[in-house]
Write a protein that binds this ligand. Structure first.
Ligand code: XMP
Length: 503
């Protein structure tokens, strides 16, 4: 029995990030050495507890790639067709890997135009050339076609320009020292892997080797590919979408709705967990904001639970519907169900400052999902907008009119997140979000450096070497509006913009 379950309407006090601070403690932690690794879900570890939101102004492939490289993970939004979302997963999974087990290939009689299109789509510099039996015939890269005029692309065939066998190749399972030796000795950039019959079984590229060096913290699967999540609905084509994403290699599916305490969502989670084809793909469920809501998601078999009803910077759920739980309390209540079951919590929405990450973890979360704090990064979808000499990027709620309306598109996939799939006319929609813009913040690496750097400072102040220690040993002090005022800069007009503080 928690106050939330009692009949006393005022027994539960709702606190949020600004209502609390963490108590400093004895410490020997050096911020740069604090270990920020945590679990996203039962089966996925991340080295930084940050997840990018499944929103159409936050996470498409470039954001997901950048998030995974920095040790977090991105959740691809679902306000697009199944085919387009699958393509996004494919882009992330192919962006870098130790060994590409299913490389994109081209046939010898394809044209250079086909080659150019494929290379542009997958952002690669060349492709192995194979016949219908997958026998490796050659390799073709930018270097081979450098002097072919663009007007000849449609009439020139790949076999005319490829580097044909014999090529430098290797067998599956080759040791990495041997790979490095082959790359440096033969000055090649791509190493195709072949079986006894000469059929292509994989590809190793020099670029991937360099990236592994550059991003040692990256979130990767067992094959060395970046990990990625994708949002699905529980309604209509939701299950088919999920299966297509699984086939494309998605690492986790997020059953993404504004209220997870409902039969349709719980059944969808249970169905995905029971699906043999989805074995090994973690299923995340949401949203929860109470112990009972979280318990229902635990019972349905969720591998992680997303917490937050209405805290988001673009959300109007709490004012339109009058429903929600301030986020520190929502996390604390949800943890009462999730923690005994060993199910990680993702605190979703409402974080405004780096210090909110540590607060979310201490309240009971294992990671945080961020929308507005990441929407201004270079890797978010959409162009830069200039206004009064300043740069911005668009940011909107998935329950906003713009995201839910069908006008100008075949359909909206966002309506069912807010249980309004049955509403036929845009004019009849009840939006639960707003549309706007946030300041441009530069590359995601710089944004995350400040956010995760803030968490490292948290860990130093409270004396936590690891996230587990942070969660186990820290405690809060409740503060008053005067305390909050004291926390922010005061009695000064700021003349220099700080990289990690915006009013
Ligand atoms: P922040 O505060 O990080 O919040 O910008 C991002 C989270 O907000 C949720 N979300 C919405 N909630 N109406 C809502 O009530 C909306 O239109 C909306 N769009 C996104 C979502 O959980 C996201 O991760």
């Amino acid at each position: 029995e928690t106050p939330a379950d009692s009949h006393d309407p005022f027994a539960l006090v709702g606190l949020t990030y600004d209502d609390v601070l963490l108590l400093p403690g004895e410490t020997d932690v050096i911020p740069s050495e604090a270990d920020t690794a945590t679990r996203l879900s039962r089966g996925i570890e991340i080295s930084a507890p940050v997840v990018s939101a499944a929103m159409d102004t936050v996470t498409e492939a470039p954001m997901a790639i950048a998030m995974a490289r920095q040790g977090g993970i991105g959740i691809l939004h679902r306000n697009l067709s199944i085919e387009d979302q699958v393509r996004q997963v494919d882009k992330v999974k192919r962006s870098e890997s130790g060994m590409i087990s299913d490389p994109v290939t081209i046939t010898p009689d394809a044209t250079l135009k086909d080659l150019d299109d494929l290379c542009a789509h997958y952002r690669v510099s060349g492709l192995p050339v194979v016949d219908a039996e997958k026998t490796l015939l050659g390799i073709i890269t930018n270097r081979d076609i450098r002097f072919v005029p663009a007007e000849d692309y449609l009439t020139t065939k790949v076999y005319e320009k490829m580097t044909a066998q014999p090529l430098i190749t290797a067998r599956d399972g080759i040791a990495s020292e041997e790979v490095i030796r082959l790359f440096s000795e033969h000055r090649v950039e791509k190493l195709p892997l072949v079986d006894d019959a000469g059929r292509l079984t994989g590809l190793i590229t020099v670029k991937d080797f360099d990236k592994a060096d550059k991003y040692p913290q990256a979130t990767k699967d067992a094959e060395g590919r970046l990990r990625v999540g994708a949002a699905v609905g529980f309604f209509g084509e939701g299950f088919d979408r999920a299966m297509s994403l699984v086939e494309a290699g998605v690492d986790t599916l997020v059953v993404d709705t504004a209220n997870g305490h409902t039969r349709g969502v719980l059944d969808m989670i249970a169905k995905l967990k029971a699906e043999p084809a989805a074995a090994g793909v973690d299923v995340i469920g949401g949203q929860a904001a109470t112990r009972r809501g979280a318990q229902a998601l635990v019972d349905a078999g969720a591998d992680a639970i997303k917490v937050g009803v209405g805290p988001g910077s673009i959300c109007t759920t709490r004012v339109v519907a009058g429903v929600g739980v301030p986020q520190i309390t929502a996390i604390h209540e949800s943890a009462k169900a999730a923690r005994p079951a060993g199910v990680p919590l993702i605190a979703d929405g409402g974080l405004q400052h780096p210090g909110d990450i540590g607060k979310a973890l201490v309240a009971g979360a294992d990671s945080v999902m961020l929308g507005s704090l990441l929407a201004g990064a270079a890797e978010s979808p959409g162009d830069l907008v200039f206004s009064n000499g300043k740069q911005f990027k668009a940011y909107r709620g998935m329950g906003s009119m713009g995201a839910m309306q069908t006008r100008g598109k075949n359909t909206s996939y966002s309506k069912d997140r807010y249980f309004q799939a049955d509403v036929p006319e845009d004019e009849e929609l009840i939006p639960e979000g707003v549309e706007g813009r946030v300041p441009y913040r530069g590359p995601l690496s710089a944004v995350l450096h400040q956010l995760v750097g803030g968490l490292r400072q948290t860990m130093f102040y409270v004396g936590a070497h690891t996230v587990d220690e942070l969660k186990a040993h820290s405690s809060f002090v409740r503060i008053t509006p005067a305390g909050l005022k004291e926390s922010h800069p005061h009695d000064i007009s700021m003349t220099v913009e700080a990289p990690n503080y915006q009013r």
